[in-house]
Write a protein of this length. Structure first.
Length: 347
C-alpha cells in the first residue's frame, strides 16, 4: 500500500482497524453474548423432522419432549414387545405358577376364593364366643354367624339363653337345649341368628326329647332288670317278669268256655318242643269244663240149666247225658272172670 502523505504506517493501520472496531466488534461481541446466553439456541432456526412440529431449536425440543412423555405414558406396549422376547412369563404362565406355588406350600386353603368366595367376612369363618352364666341365664357374647364357645357352667332345667344380652330361642336339632347339649367344660358349636332371635346348637347325634316322646313303652312292658329310654331322657328299668319255658296254670274259671289264668310275665324261652308251654293237670281240665260222670250198674245172677251164670250191665252218663253202656256175662261161675270194655267220647 502506498504511503499516505502525512500518515505513518502505524497511523494508517489504526485508520484501517477503526471501522472494524467501531462497527464489527460491537456486533460480534453482541453475537457472542447472545450465543452464550441460556436461551441462545432456542431462537436458532431448524428443520423439523417427520412427526415433529417447529421451526426453531426450542420448538423442536418442546415437540420432542412432548413425544417422549406421551411414549412413556403409553402402557399398551407400543413396541409390541412379547414375553418370549424378554424371557418373561406370559400372564397365563404367571397365574399358573402362582397357583402351583400356593398349593405346593399348603396355603391353598387361605385363598379368599376358597374360604370366602361370597365375601362374607367375619361370617365366613368360625368365631370364638365367650359363655357366662348369671343366675339361670346363659349368655353367649361374640360376633359372626358360626360360633364356638366353651361352656363355663352347668345347664339346669328352666335355664334360658341369651345372645349378646338379648334373649333368644336356643335349640339343638329339633329339641330345646338341655344339660346334654350344654355340658360344663366342653366346647359347643352353633349358628347364631340375632335377627331371627335364634341360636342353634350343633348336636352330636343321639335321641332328643322330641323323638323320645314318641316312645310309649313303660316299665311293665319291658323285662325286669333291662333298662330303656322312653318319653324323656330319664333311664328306666323294666319290671315285667321273665318267665321260664313251662308255667303251670294259676287258676281256672269254670264254665262252657274255660278261662285259664297264668301268671303275668314274658314267656320267651323255648322248651324242647320249640316254644313256651303252659301246663294243665287232668283235674284242672275236668274242673274247667265241670265234667260230671255217672255210671249205673245192674247185675243178674242165675243158671242155665245146671250152669250158673252172671250178667252185669254198666250205663255211663256224662253231665246227665247217656254216653252208652257196656255188658258182660259169665256162664262159668267157678272163678273165671268175664270182661268187656267200651269207649266213651266226651264232646
Amino acid at each position: 500500500m502506498p504511503d499516505t502523505p502525512g500518515l505513518t504506517s502505524q497511523e494508517m493501520q489504526e485508520k484501517f482497524d477503526e471501522p472494524a472496531k467501531k462497527l464489527l466488534a460491537p456486533k460480534f461481541n453482541a453475537l457472542v453474548d447472545a450465543l452464550q446466553a441460556v436461551a441462545a439456541a432456542a431462537s436458532l432456526g431448524a428443520a423439523a423432522p417427520d412427526g415433529l412440529d417447529g421451526s426453531t431449536v426450542q420448538d423442536l425440543l418442546n415437540a420432542l419432549k412432548k413425544f417422549a412423555d406421551a411414549h412413556l405414558a403409553d402402557e399398551s406396549n407400543p413396541h409390541n414387545v412379547k414375553a418370549a422376547q424378554t424371557g418373561a412369563y406370559t400372564r397365563e404362565e404367571t397365574d399358573q405358577a402362582i397357583n402351583n406355588k400356593v398349593v405346593a406350600i399348603g396355603s391353598g386353603d387361605m385363598a379368599q376364593a376358597v374360604y370366602d368366595p361370597g365375601h362374607l367376612g367375619v361370617d365366613a369363618c368360625v368365631q370364638k364366643y365367650t359363655h357366662t352364666k348369671s343366675g339361670s341365664v346363659h349368655n353367649f357374647a361374640g360376633s359372626g354367624v358360626n360360633g364356638i364357645a366353651k361352656i363355663t357352667a352347668a345347664f339346669n332345667s328352666g335355664d334360658t339363653v341369651q345372645l349378646n344380652g338379648v334373649p333368644v330361642t336356643a335349640t339343638c336339632g329339633g329339641d330345646m337345649v338341655d344339660g346334654d347339649t350344654l355340658v360344663m367344660g366342653q366346647w359347643v358349636a352353633f349358628a347364631a341368628d340375632a335377627e331371627a332371635g335364634q341360636i342353634n346348637f350343633k348336636g352330636g347325634g343321639g335321641l332328643g326329647n322330641t323323638k323320645l316322646a314318641q316312645a310309649t313303652a313303660s316299665e311293665n312292658d319291658v323285662v325286669a332288670s333291662e333298662t330303656f329310654f322312653a318319653g324323656n331322657k330319664e333311664m328306666k328299668t323294666g319290671s315285667l317278669v321273665d318267665r321260664g319255658t313251662v308255667t303251670t296254670a294259676l287258676s281256672i274259671k269254670a264254665g262252657n268256655t274255660a278261662n285259664i289264668r297264668i301268671p303275668t310275665g314274658a314267656y320267651r324261652k323255648k322248651a324242647s318242643s320249640g316254644y313256651p308251654e303252659v301246663t294243665l293237670t287232668r283235674s284242672q281240665i275236668l274242673t274247667a269244663y265241670s265234667i260230671k260222670v255217672r255210671v249205673d250198674i245192674s247185675a243178674h245172677l242165675g243158671t242155665h240149666g245146671s250152669t250158673p251164670y252172671a250178667n252185669a250191665t254198666a250205663k255211663i252218663y256224662i253231665d246227665g247225658t247217656s254216653k252208652g253202656s257196656v255188658s258182660a256175662e259169665s256162664q262159668n261161675m267157678n272163678g273165671a272172670d268175664a270182661t268187656k270194655s267200651t269207649t266213651v267220647t266226651v264232646s
